[in-house]
Design a protein. Structure first.
Length: 64
């Protein structure tokens, strides 16, 4: 199984297939199909923690 990481972010926008997340510095669209788990339901302005594959978090720059 691939390694995963939890990312803290705020939801800026949501569509049927993706969610726009920001960590306050960077933002990017995350395909819902790549989100393994989440702490809260998505909604604009909601602070969430999402579990993503490490390769994706690194690619989009949300991995500190």
């Amino acid at each position: 199984m691939s390694e995963t990481v939890w990312i803290s972010a705020v939801v800026k926008h949501e569509t049927e297939k993706a969610v726009l997340l920001t960590d306050g510095t960077r933002e990017d669209w995350i395909p819902k199909s790549q989100i393994i788990d989440q702490s809260e339901d998505f909604g604009a302005g909601v602070a969430v923690e999402v579990e993503l594959p490490i390769w994706l978090a690194e690619k989009i720059g949300l991995l500190a």
